[in-house]
Design a protein around this ligand. Structure first.
Ligand SMILES: Cc1cc2nc3c(=O)[nH]c(=O)nc-3n(C[C@H](O)[C@H](O)[C@H](O)COP(=O)(O)O)c2cc1C
Ligand code: SF4
Length: 442
């Protein structure tokens, strides 16, 4: 597949303002400011750009939901929380191309009528917070942000950009929790509707976009929607930053047109699996997405619709590879422990269910599980899914549900048949227990 770089161009020192300017930097913003805001939204809509933060929602359509008129302040929030296990692509933009992200923010603010934008970055990203702040400071000084941009671009429009550091909570990547966090409250997701465009930051219309999504925008304005929409998969066009991790020879972030075959991504770019081992499992979009069997990867393409048809989802395109020797029970326990820890606790199915699943998986990983536990786990997962305020509930439920459905035989290998015996519990003698008989026989 032909090499196309949109968000991570191979230009040395591209993160520096002067290099960015020498390569046409901030000219797309100038071009956009010469159009009507509706035209800018229309171009982004027609380009087919879809969100890169997980849900793959149309960026232009989302912008069009923002109300017109200036009776209320409007906001843009850029989501750089990036805490999903297996996802590490936004930080590559912070490091290598922060000015294109800033330029994308200027264009989006103009299109939706926002005067203030926040770049919300996960708290642990110390180095990258520093790098983004430096780029924002440089852009302010050069007149690309703030009041001075009126003179710089010869426009009436201006906006301010603030860098905001998170405090290490995964849930603050969920857009409504992110807004609560920005407002200084606990990062609790809000019930939707109302959606952020109706009632967002401080009750005002707000758009939230992922870092990668917004970084695509200047190139769409520069080269036109026809150019962008012709790259990669027709219904999910453009390039995608794929983060390869796990049992792969060349882990890292790769910018590749969407729709690439998963097998090609793993072999050609990832260099295959160490030791030439077989693949047991691949999670294609960050740890919360349904895992795929290694023997079912042939023909699967890496875009939102193809992955949905294959029974998974593109998510954040964090591709986690597990070879034939992987203990999937331990993987599932580790993933579930994460979501239990990160549950904000507002809804009962998520707060309690994630804990139950972790407990059961721990017991199974310790050798005290039965295949009945798999049925119980699947039932808990199904009761969490779709019954919570935010999608963290689904994120916790899907790996469990689909791992059991797709890898039951592998998981059963770790279950001790001895524990299927039921005996009277010594303490509560009327109740049956599934604990091993040997524990009660001295
Ligand atoms: C628990 C949870 C965590 C999330 N974390 C992130 C994140 O770190 N970064 C991100 O861009 N989107 C994250 N999202 C998705 C956001 O809610 C939102 O859909 C996204 O930022 C919208 O941007 P986009 O349309 O450009 O993709 C998360 C969602 C959930 C439910
Ligand atoms: S699903 Fe979980 S993380 Fe989301 S609001 Fe409910 S308890 Fe909080």
């Amino acid at each position: 597949m032909e090499e196309i770089r949109i968000v991570l161009p191979k230009i040395p020192d591209f993160h520096k303002l002067d290099v960015y300017e020498q390569n046409g930097g901030y000219q797309s913003a100038k071009k956009a400011f010469g159009m009507s805001s509706d035209d800018v939204i229309d171009i982004v809509k027609k380009s087919g750009l879809r969100g890169r933060g997980g849900a793959a929602f149309s960026a232009g359509l989302k912008w069009s939901f923002m109300p017109k008129g200036n009776d209320k302040p409007k906001y843009l929030a850029i989501n750089g929380d990036e805490s999903e296990p297996g996802s590490f692509k936004d930080r590559q933009i912070f490091e290598d191309n922060p000015h294109q992200m800033i330029e994308g923010i200027l264009i989006a603010c103009y299109a939706i009528g926002a005067k203030t934008a926040y770049i919300y970055i996960r708290g642990e990203y110390h180095k990258w917070i520093y790098m983004v702040q430096k780029a924002v400071d440089d852009a302010y000084e050069a007149g690309y942000i703030g009041e001075k941009m009126k003179e710089k671009f010869g426009t009436d429009f201006s906006c301010e950009i603030h860098v905001h550091k998170g405090a290490g909570a995964y849930i603050c990547g969920e857009e409504s929790a992110l807004m609560n966090s920005l407002e200084g409250h606990r990062g609790y997701p809000r019930i939707k509707p109302p959606f952020p465009a109706q009632r967002g930051l401080w009750g005002n219309p707000t758009t939230i976009n992922n870092v990668e999504t917004i970084t695509n925008v200047p190139k769409i304005i520069e080269k036109g929607w026809e150019w962008f929409s012709s790259i990669g998969a027709q219904k999910h066009p453009g390039t995608i930053l794929f983060g390869l991790s796990g049992h792969i020879n060349k882990p890292g972030v790769y910018e590749i047109p969407s729709g690439i075959l998963l097998t090609e991504l793993l072999e050609k770019y990832g260099g295959g699996v160490p030791g030439g081992k077989k693949i047991k499992c691949v999670i294609p979009g960050g740890s919360s997405m349904p895992p795929l069997r290694g023997d079912s990867l042939e023909g699967i393409r890496m875009d939102a619709d193809s992955l949905r048809d294959a029974g998974s989802a593109i998510g954040t395109a964090g591709v986690m590879v597990m070879d034939e020797d992987t203990n999937l029970l331990k993987v599932l326990l580790r993933i579930t422990k994460f979501y239990h820890h990160e549950s904000c606790g507002q809804c009962t199915p998520c707060r309690e269910g994630t804990g139950w699943m972790e407990k059961a998986l721990k017991r199974m990983a310790d050798g005290n599980g039965t295949s009945k536990d798999l049925d119980m786990l699947e039932s808990v997962a199904k009761n969490i899914e779709g019954n919570t305020i935010c999608a963290l509930g689904d994120a916790a439920a899907w790996p469990v549900k689909f791992m059991i459905q797709r890898f039951r035989n592998e998981l059963e290998e770790y279950l001790n048949p001895e524990v299927t015996l039921t005996v009277k519990n010594k303490v509560h003698s009327m109740r049956n227990t599934v604990n091993p008989l040997k524990d009660f026989v001295r």
